[in-house]
Ligand binder design. Structure first.
Ligand SMILES: *Cc1c(COP(=O)(O)O)cnc(C)c1O
Length: 493
C-alpha cells in the first residue's frame, strides 16, 4: 500500500510513496503528514480468529494487511523486541479493576512508558531500511521526558542511525533524566538544555530549518529523519494494541463478539488515540473513543466546540507532563480522514497563521460521533491515585486522568478500557504525594523506595539500577551551542 499527504500534493513531491519512504523521509507537501491511501478492511472473523494469537502474531497480521514494503525477516526481527517486555507472551496486559473497568498496561517495556510499544519495533525497522538503502540518518528528538529515553533505547548501537536528544535540564523527573544520561551507545548524544521543554523544542525546530546545519550534514552524507508521532512508522504500531484490547476482553469472556467497548486514552499529541480511531475504522467494535486531557485542555475544547484556539494560551506545567501540549499534531490525520485534503490544508493553515481554526457545526458533530473528551486537574489525579491504591491498584498521574472520562463520558453500560501510559515508577514523587496526601518535595529515589516497601509495589531492576549507573552524557549547554555540539558529534562518531 502507498501513503499520501494530508494537505494534498504540491506537484513536486511524489503523489504517493511506499511505507519505507514515508517513515524515512516524513516531510511532505505544504507541511502535511503521511497517511495510508486507504485503511485495510479485515475479514469479518479477524478478531475471533485471533483470540488465541500471541501479540506478535496479531501484530504481524495487521502489518501485513497494510502491505508495507518491509522484508518479512525484518518485520519479525522488529516484533521479536516485544519478547524483552516483562511477559513476552503478553507485552501489554489488560487487567480488570472493576466490573466494567479494565486497565490496558502499556508500560511493560524497557523504559516503563507507552512510547516503547511503538518505538521498540520502529527503531529496528528504520535502521534496517536505512542500511538496505546504504543511507545514514540523524534523528533529532526534543523530549519532556518519555520520548527521549524510549528513542535512545531503541536506537542505541543501531546501524546507519545517529540520535541527538535534547531535554530541558531540571525539567524532567530524576528517573527520566537518568534513563537518558546513562544510556550508552556511540551513536547517541544527549544534551541538557538551559531552559524549559518549549526552549528545547524551539531549538530543535530552528535546527530543522537551519540551512547551515543541513549543509554540514550534507558534507557527511547524512539525512535528517524524525522519531516523533508525526512519523507514521510509530502510528502503525499504535493501531495494533487497540485490537489487543478488544481481543483480550473476548478472551477473558468479558464481552461477546460484536459487543461494543469504550476506550479511554490520556492524550497529548493524539498519536495513541489516533491508533484507536484507525482500529475502529478497520472494524474493531468501539462505541466511542474517550479523550482525557489535563489542564492543558486544548483537545477537550476542540472536540466539544469544534474550535481549536491557542491564541494567547500558555502551556501549564502539570503533574501529567507528557500530556502538556498546545499544538497536537495527530488531530490532522483525523481531520483528513473525515474531511479530505483540501479542508485539512485550510484548517491547518488557519492554525499556523492565526493560531485558531473553526470547524463548521456539521463537521464538529461528525468528530463527536467518534470522540468525546473531558479534562481534569492535578488535584483530581492525586485523589484518584489515592482512591485506587486503597483497593490495591497503583496508577501513574497520566492514567489517573482517564478516570474522569470513565466517570463522566461513559453513557452506556458497556465495558471500558483505560490506557495506562506510564508505570508509577516514572512519576514516583507525585504518586507518593497522592498516597501520603501531602505536598512534600520528594526525590525520586526516596519516593521509589518508600512506595515499593509500604505499598508492596513491584520496582523493576532497570529502575533500581539507574541510581548506580555510570553517567555517559553530562553535558548541559546553552541553546546557542546546540548546532555546533551536534555537528561535532556527527563528525566524531
Ligand atoms: C506520550 C505520552 C502520552 C500522550 O500520548 P499521545 O500519543 O502523544 O497522545 C500520555 N502519557 C504518557 C505517559 C506519555 O508518555
Amino acid at each position: 500500500m502507498n501513503f499520501i499527504e494530508t494537505r494534498g500534493n504540491d506537484g513536486i513531491k511524489p503523489v504517493e510513496v511506499p511505507f519505507s519512504e514515508a517513515i524515512l523521509n516524513p516531510s511532505t507537501s505544504f507541511g502535511g503528514l503521511y497517511v495510508p491511501a486507504y485503511l485495510p478492511k479485515l475479514e469479518d472473523d479477524f478478531l475471533v480468529n485471533h483470540v488465541n494469537s500471541s501479540y506478535k502474531d496479531l501484530a504481524y497480521d495487521i502489518l501485513k494487511a497494510f502491505e508495507i514494503d518491509i522484508d518479512e525477516s525484518e518485520i519479525n526481527k522488529a516484533l521479536d523486541l516485544y519478547d524483552n517486555f516483562d511477559d513476552a507472551s503478553n507485552p501489554c496486559p489488560v487487567v480488570k479493576v472493576k466490573e466494567d473497568l479494565f486497565v490496558h498496561e502499556q508500560y511493560h517495556g524497557p523504559t516503563r512508558a507507552f512510547k516503547d510499544m511503538a518505538l521498540q519495533p520502529f527503531g529496528s525497522i528504520l535502521s534496517s531500511i536505512a542500511k538496505k538503502r546504504d543511507e545514514k540518518y540523524l534523528i533529532l528528538a526534543a523530549t519532556s521526558g518519555d520520548t527521549g529515553p524510549a528513542a535512545l533505547n531503541t536506537f542505541k548501537n543501531k546501524e546507519n542511525i545517529q540520535v541527538a536528544c535534547l531535554y530541558p535540564d531540571g525539567g524532567t523527573s530524576d528517573v527520566q533524566r537518568l534513563q537518558m544520561v546513562c544510556e550508552d551507545g556511540k551513536n547517541l548524544k544527549v544534551l541538557g538544555i538551559e531552559g524549559n521543554f518549549d526552549d528545547a523544542q524551539n531549538a530543535l525546530k530552528q535546527l530543522l530549518a537551519s540551512q547551515s546545519f543541513k549543509d554540514e550534514l550534507k558534507k557527511d552524507n547524512i539525512k535528517l529523519s524524525a522519531a516523533n508521532s508525526v512519523n507514521f512508522g510509530r502510528i502503525i504500531f499504535q493501531i495494533i494494541y487497540h485490537f489487543w484490547s478488544y481481543i483480550q476482553l473476548l478472551k477473558q469472556n468479558e464481552i461477546v463478539y460484536g459487543e461494543k467497548i469504550y476506550l479511554v486514552v490520556p492524550s497529548g499529541n493524539f498519536g495513541n488515540v489516533l491508533g484507536g480511531f484507525y482500529a475502529q475504522e478497520m472494524g474493531v467494535p468501539i462505541e466511542k473513543l474517550l479523550v482525557a486531557s489535563n489542564e492543558n485542555n486544548i483537545l477537550t475544547q476542540w472536540i466539544n466546540t469544534g474550535v481549536y484556539d491557542i491564541r494567547g494560551k500558555e502551556l501549564k506545567l502539570t503533574k501529567s507532563p507528557a500530556m502538556d501540549i498546545l499544538k497536537s499534531s495527530n488531530i490532522e490525520r483525523v481531520i483528513f480522514s473525515l474531511f479530505g485534503a483540501q479542508r485539512t490544508r485550510e484548517l491547518m493553515e488557519n492554525l499556523n497563521n492565526e493560531n485558531i481554526f473553526t470547524m463548521s457545526k456539521n463537521e464538529t458533530q461528525i468528530v463527536q460521533k467518534y470522540f468525546s473528551a473531558v479534562d481534569s486537574d492535578d488535584s483530581f489525579g492525586l485523589k484518584i491515585i489515592k482512591d485506587f491504591s486503597l483497593f490495591g491498584y497503583l496508577m501513574d498521574p497520566h492514567t489517573a486522568t482517564c478516570i474522569k472520562a470513565y466517570e463522566n463520558l461513559k453513557k452506556k453500560n458497556l465495558k471500558c478500557v483505560i490506557y495506562s501510559t506510564a508505570e508509577w515508577t516514572k512519576f514516583s514523587p507525585t504518586v507518593l504525594n497522592a498516597l501520603n496526601e501531602n505536598n512534600e518535595k520528594y526525590a525520586d529515589k526516596e519516593a521509589l523506595e518508600e512506595i515499593s516497601s509500604n505499598y508492596k509495589a513491584f520496582l523493576p531492576q532497570s529502575i533500581k539500577d539507574l541510581f548506580n549507573s555510570k553517567i555517559n552524557h553530562s553535558m548541559v549547554i546553552k541553546k546557542d551551542n546546540i548546532e555546533s555540539e551536534i555537528v561535532k558529534f556527527i563528525r566524531e562518531s
